[in-house]
Each structure stands twice: as C-alpha cells, then as structure tokens.
Design a protein around this ligand. Structure first.
Ligand code: LLP
Length: 415
C-alpha cells in the first residue's frame, strides 16, 4: 500500500500537511498520523472479503487515540480490546458495543462485569477458570455472555519471540488438542453461549503462510465442533498482516491475504473475523523529533534527538528497525553512519544503531517512520518525560489528537 509520507520539493508531507509546520506549531517529539492512510487500509480489508460475512475488529492496543478510534468507528469498524481501559476508550470514541470483542489471558472480575454491562459482542475466553468466572458474573447480572474460546493452534508464526503467541509454550489460548473437551464441558453453562472459535498466532508476520495454516486447523476444528452439535457461527483469525519497516522487507498484501482466507471460508456459513492493528496504523504515522546535539565518542558518531525510548520503545525492546529521515531533505549534506539516541539515561535508549542516514545537524527535524502502531501506546513517563503530542492529519487540515503532557500531568494523583 505504500507509506503515507512523501517528499514534495524536498519537504516531508503527510497528505497535504508539511511536517515542519506541525513540528513548529505543536513542538517535538510529536506523533503524526494520516487519517486517509488508516481509512484506505481499513477499506482494503473490508472490500477484500467480498460476499463473505465478516467483521473487522481493529486491535485497539496498536493505537488507542480517541481520534483514531473515532475515525474507525465512523466507518463501521468493530474493535478488539484487551482491558477495561480499552473498552472505555472504544465506547467514548463512539464504538457500537455489539461490535466489540474482548481478548486477553487475565481479564479481571471488574472488567468482565463492565463488558457484560456494556453489551459487547463476545469474550474471547482463554481458560476454563475464566469461563467459570464469566458464567457466574453473567448469572448474577442475569445476562447471556457470548463466548469464543481462544484456541492455541500450535503454529509457528516465525516472528520476534516477544510477539509470537501461537505455540504450545506460550501463555495464550487453550491447546487445540484439549479445546474440544472444554467446549463439551461448557455446554452445561446456562449463561454462556459458545458461538465461536478464535485464535491469534502472532504479530508482524511478513509471510502469511502460518496464518493460512492456522486457518486450516481452525476450520477443521469448526467442523468437528459442529459435528458434535455445537452451534459455531464465527471464526476469528486474530491480528492482521505485518508491515515493511525497512527497504527490502516483504510487503504482505492485505487484499491477497483476505481474499485467500475468504476463499477458504466461502460456503461454510461462518462469520469470518480479523483483528488487525499494525497493518491499519503503522504506515500511517511518523514520530517527529528534533536533533539536539551531535557528538563523537571514540570512533562512534551519535545523533542525539529529543525523542527517546520512553516515546518509542520498539527499537530497545524488539530490536525493531524504524527508518529515520530528514523532514527537510538536502542532498548536499551527504550521509553519516551513527547511533540515533535520546536523552534517557540508559544505554538501551536508542532509536537506531550504526545507521546509515542523512547527515542531520542540531536543529534539524527528523521523522522516525512507520511509528503509527505500538508507538505512543507503549510510551511512558520514564525519566519524568511528559508524553508526546499526537496529531491527526486529514487532507490539508490537522488537529491535535492528544495534547503534549505538562509537568502538572506528570504528578497528577501523587502526594
Ligand atoms: N489480536 C490479538 C489477540 C493480539 O494479541 C494482537 C496483538 C492483535 C490482534 C493485533 O495484531 P497486529 O494486527 O497488530 O499484528 N508491541 C508489539 C506488538 C504486540 C502485538 C500483540 N498482540 C510491537 O510493537 O511489535
């Protein structure tokens, strides 16, 4: 689908907004997202299902800004949440509760009650004790809880170990070899309606074959459950495709992936669901930062910028690669090989290591690319750094989607 940002006359733009102007007005560090990029990806998912009944539940964890959620709620997206906080955000953003699914291995009593009272579509239940708790809370509230068990299909996603979830060794889901027994025992529950199956084998998959393999196993499971008399209506395949972060990365096509899974689901009288996060928002966003200093320690060049690991932790946590490009491009400047680091007092605070990039100088603005997913949401106040502002662009307009935190915000609630 391509990146949302582009140079026009050597100046970086998101849609029709020049990013130097955003940085001047809003300050740095600052996340900027393109609404058009998000919506066009959502539409690519939606369109590619064709006639197959489906629901796209955006994984709120990827970027939970209210304005981003609102954008997706308006076009009819569903939402995949993993906490009471995400439920609160989705509802505030105008989500239809009946389009929300609740995933996660550690739902609390309060969160389950909140979800039951809100009338969410379904719980993706990850264990028998959780199922028992949902049953008892639903009984007390006199409600019927719709549930899909989260199955662990034992497929290797071949992605970073921290974001791979579909193997027996992982904490997620119920082993595919044991899940039929759980469905069977759950038949006696009076306040739980077991209507679906769900799975999620991992994130940032650049090859969709493991997802297709997982779908085959899940379809076979659906057939077995139906043969045993269970009224299974939906199959949720979990997250979406991965995205290219650096030149040369494969670029999985949303359309091809959805067409392939729709083909498999055709004629089965099954509602097909997916929970894409990254592929809707990652390439829609950049993190703007200003170069503070240059310095050299021994043989090493450092570019010190005003964004740090507290703003974008992916490089430190997952050794993730994010391209770093100048907002104002000047070919005469040449290139350098340097570490791009932030002000946080840790050697693990880096945005790029030994990176070949434009020879940017103090005062210059840079864009840390492909930062729309798992960027701001994973940010923290470490080193008492106020969290960055977020901006949403639409055409030639932009608005502040989240104000930069103030020092007062830092101590809110403290004595
Ligand atoms: N559904 C479930 C149940 C999930 O656990 C996840 C992601 C998704 C959907 C969305 O997957 P996506 O479409 O975004 O691949 N912080 C890590 C990513 C963690 C993903 C966790 N689960 C990162 O920055 O790479």
């Amino acid at each position: 689908m391509g990146k949302a940002w582009e140079y026009r006359n050597n100046l970086l733009y998101l849609e029709d907004v020049a990013l130097d102007e955003v940085a001047e007005r809003v300050g740095t560090p600052c996340y900027v997202y393109s609404s058009q990029a998000i919506l066009s990806r959502y539409e690519a998912y939606d369109r590619s299902f064709g006639e197959v009944p489906h629901r796209i539940c955006y994984a709120v964890k990827a970027n939970s800004n209210l304005s981003v959620l609102g954008l997706l709620a308006k076009v009819g997206a569903g939402f995949d949440i993993v906490s009471g906080g995400e439920l609160f955000r989705a509802l505030r953003a105008g989500a239809n509760p009946a389009s929300i699914v609740f995933s996660g291995v550690g739902k609390t009593r309060e969160e389950i009650e909140y979800a039951l009272e809100s009338g969410i579509h379904a719980f993706h239940c990850e264990s028998e004790p959780e199922l028992a708790l949902i049953e008892s809370l639903a009984a007390r509230l006199n409600k019927q809880a719709r549930v899909a068990l989260r199955v662990n299909p034992d497929v290797d996603a071949s992605t970073h170990p921290y974001i791979s979830t579909g193997l027996k060794e992982h904490k997620f889901g119920i082993d595919i070899g044991e899940v039929e027994g759980v469905y069977d025992r759950a038949r006696s529950l009076r306040h739980v309606r077991l209507e679906g199956v769900s799975c999620h084998i991992g994130s940032q998959l650049l090859n969709v074959d493991p997802l297709l393999e997982s779908m085959d196993r899940m379809l076979a499971l659906v057939e077995r459950l139906r043969a045993a008399g269970l009224p299974i209506q939906s199959l949720d395949l979990g997250g979406g495709v991965g995205v290219p972060y650096q030149p040369g990365d494969p670029e999985p096509s949303i359309e091809e992936f959805i067409e392939k899974i729709s083909q498999k689901a055709k004629g089965r009288n099954l509602m097909l669901m997916v929970e894409p996060g990254r592929s809707l928002v990652a390439e829609a966003g950049v993190l703007l930062s200003r170069v503070l200093y240059r310095k050299r320690n021994g043989a090493k060049d450092f570019i010190i910028v005003d964004a740090a690991m507290n703003d974008l932790i992916r490089p430190s946590l997952y050794q993730a690669h994010h391209e770093i490009i100048p907002v104002r491009r000047d070919e005469r400047r040449g290139a350098v090989v340097a570490d791009v680091v932030g002000p946080v007092c840790e050697s693990g605070d880096f945005l790029a290591r030994n990176r070949h990039l434009a020879n940017v100088l103090p005062g210059d603005l840079v864009a840390i690319c492909t930062a729309g997913a798992y960027g701001f949401v994973l940010s923290s106040n470490y080193n008492s750094r106020p969290r960055a502002a977020e901006v949403l662009v639409a055409g030639a307009q932009y608005k502040i989607a989240r104000q930069r935190e103030s020092y007062e915000d830092l101590i809110r609630g403290e004595q």
